[in-house]
Design a binder for this molecule. Structure first.
Ligand SMILES: Cc1cc2nc3c(=O)[nH]c(=O)nc-3n(C[C@H](O)[C@H](O)[C@H](O)COP(=O)(O)OP(=O)(O)OC[C@H]3O[C@@H](n4cnc5c(N)ncnc54)[C@H](O)[C@@H]3O)c2cc1C
Ligand SMILES: NC(=O)C1=CN([C@@H]2O[C@H](COP(=O)(O)OP(=O)(O)OC[C@H]3O[C@@H](n4cnc5c(N)ncnc54)[C@H](OP(=O)(O)O)[C@@H]3O)[C@@H](O)[C@H]2O)C=CC1
Ligand code: HEM
Ligand SMILES: [Fe+3]
Length: 478
């Protein structure tokens, strides 16, 4: 078949160049999508198929042969077949000798097989050079061109020439190859698409725990206590009142937990007198999911704002207001205006609004399209300085909300303080330590340590000088 189709014109390759022929085994979803993309980028495609006659829906311009015929047509063969069906390849050992086999397969579960699919393929066809690639790209994304989200193609293989050729193809397709080393890396690469939001796991479980804990805490104080003490049914509070305590408390706690690892890291560096020792794993991982923690916190803060907006239209609130007015009228008693209460009430709402504004600003700067337009220092300024300001404002909002009741023994119910008092513990700890850390004498030492100065500057015995991993990670994340 000649390559004459209109939807397959070359634009990346010089038309005078001889077109490279690539063979694709398997005419399934992925094989077809990849073929279409490669034809558009100027490659000649030969499909290998069990039923070359019956194959349908193939892109115009591609040739379809039997597996054994197709194998002789090209040096590069992309195996777009599920691992379970690799068996037929053993019969083609002769034709595949010295050729580059590209394994693109995925499994259904992490660690489904003892060895990676690519290593299994290498065992089946010992004479071929196996390269792992493309498994993190979906057939749908290849076809629809919606590749903005993920242009990275992880590539690994033992033969560097074969690997280079595959990386060239990846580049020609407008994707970015990421060399992951030898075929030993295949197992990890095969696990990538099977992972479910790995950096979101910790924030997710933590916020679920916080919500459940504070929900039951508030139920005890706001529902069970009034029932036990006066037979009052306050269960309706579980719909809005209690969520509007739980969500802002979760937001404040998570926001504080975004900034806690930074101060722990600073204390560790001061204590050790060097920045060249690796942080413990838990701290490293905590540092790496701060962005996710922050975004989850922003989500909860937004919920709090929405719940707060509906307060005036709530039946319970309107009833309470009306009833108070009637009670005062019948008792001919006036409620004197308290300027200090007015100040407290306006202040805490104003602090909340400002805090939320900065919170949203942090969220906006974390969008890649925005963070790409600011430099590293500007990003740090927003995330670190304005981030602390957000934490200060939100903490102040909560403290002033507590106002005169804050820490008063009368607000204890069954010895339990109000939920927001508990929620203030972590933010206050973070802010106090941060305040100590920015005192000039301590800040000076910390800055010197972070510039490479070491308190005991003699060579370490085992020569281990780890880079501060988390900051490296943070840099590469941007
Ligand atoms: C809504 C929201 C969105 C967020 N989005 C993002 C995001 O997109 N990306 C992201 O990374 N975080 C994000 N975060 C998390 C958080 O804002 C940042 O991680 C922030 O940089 C943490 O600031 P920090 O001062 O605690 O820590 P760090 O900036 O890690 O450092 C603490 C201090 O140490 C200094 N320091 C740290 N490392 C070094 C070093 N190697 N050399 C010299 N000095 C050093 C810093 O200058 C700083 O003063 C987000 C948070 C929220 C609430
Ligand atoms: N779909 C996707 O988005 C992605 C898929 N992958 C990987 O690509 C590979 C192919 O996936 P996909 O195209 O979706 O799968 P399909 O089931 O759509 O296609 C598999 C193809 O394998 C061929 N094949 C060879 N031997 C057999 C056999 N014994 N039984 C059934 N089929 C056989 C068939 O082609 P023929 O009839 O021509 O012989 C078939 O069309 C898989 O390893 C998958 O993990 C990787 C990333 C993304
Ligand atoms: C537009 C912004 C905001 C407004 C208008 C606002 C308003 C309010 C109001 C009216 C209350 C009292 C709720 C009640 O009576 O039950 C409250 C409580 C609270 N707010 Fe906000 N808030 C805002 C933003 C924030 C933000 C960004 C945070 C923190 C991340 C926050 C944390 C809290 C906390 C912890 C409480 C105490 C909850 C409780 O125990 O009742 N608020 N806020
Ligand atoms: Fe890591």
């Amino acid at each position: 078949m000649e390559k004459t189709s209109t939807d397959a014109f070359p634009f990346t390759m010089n038309s005078s160049e001889k077109q490279e022929t690539v063979c694709i085994f398997g005419t399934g979803d992925f094989g077809r999508s990849l073929a279409l993309k490669m034809l558009q980028c100027g490659y000649s495609i030969v499909f290998g198929s069990r039923n070359p006659q019956k194959s349908s829906l193939l892109p115009n311009g591609a040739e379809v042969l039997s597996y054994s015929e197709a194998a002789w047509k090209s040096d590069i063969i992309i195996i777009a077949v599920h691992r379970e069906h690799y068996g037929f390849l053993t019969e083609l050992t002769e034709a595949l000798k010295g050729k580059t086999l590209v394994d693109i397969s995925n499994n259904l579960k992490i660690n489904q097989y003892p060895e990676s699919n690519a290593e299994y393929l290498a065992q089946l066809v010992p004479g071929a050079h196996v390269v792992k690639a493309f498994n993190t790209i979906s057939a749908w994304a290849l076809q629809s061109g919606a590749l903005d989200a993920n242009r990275q193609v992880f590539v690994c293989g033992n033969d560097s020439k074969a690997k280079q050729r595959v990386m060239d193809i990846v580049r020609t397709l407008g994707l970015t190859p990421m060399d992951q080393g030898s075929l030993m890396a295949a197992k990890e690469i095969e696990n990538y698409p099977l992972q479910l939001f790995p950096t979101w796991k910790f924030p997710f479980y933590l916020s679920a725990f916080l919500c459940v804990f504070f929900f039951f805490y508030c139920v005890i104080r706001d529902v069970i206590y009034p029932y036990v003490n006066g037979g009052k049914d306050s269960t309706f509070r579980m719909a809005i009142s209690i969520p509007n305590r739980v969500f802002p408390i979760a937001a404040l706690t998570l926001l504080a937990l975004v900034y806690l690892p930074g101060v722990i890291a600073a204390i560790l560096q001061l204590y050790r007198g060097t920045k060249y020792r690796r942080f413990p794993d838990w701290l490293d991982h905590w540092m790496l999911c701060r962005k996710q923690l922050g975004l989850v916190a922003l989500g909860f803060a937004s919920l709090h704002v929405l719940y707060t907006l509906v307060i005036p239209i709530r039946y319970y609130v309107r009833w309470t207001m009306k009833n108070r007015t009637i009670t005062q009228a019948t008792a001919k008693r006036e409620d004197p205006f308290s300027t200090s209460t007015a100040w407290l009430s306006d202040s805490y709402v104003a602090l909340g609004i400002l805090g939320f504004f900065l919170f949203v600003l942090l969220g906006i700067t974390s969008l890649p399209s925005v963070s790409n337009t600011v430099n590293w220092r500007e990003f740090r300024f927003v995330q670190s300085k304005l981030g602390y300001l957000t934490l200060i404002l939100c903490t102040a909002h909560t403290m002033v909300y507590g106002g005169k009741r804050f820490l008063s023994p009368s607000s204890l119910i069954w010895y339990l303080p109000s939920a927001y008092v508990i929620a203030l513990i972590i933010p206050c700890i973070v802010l106090v330590i941060k305040f100590i850390l920015v005192l000039p004498c301590i800040d000076k030492t910390l800055t010197r340590i972070r510039q490479g100065w070491e308190r005991n500057a003699k060579p370490t015995l085992n020569g281990e000088r780890y880079l501060k991993q988390s900051s490296v990670h943070l840099d590469s994340e941007l």
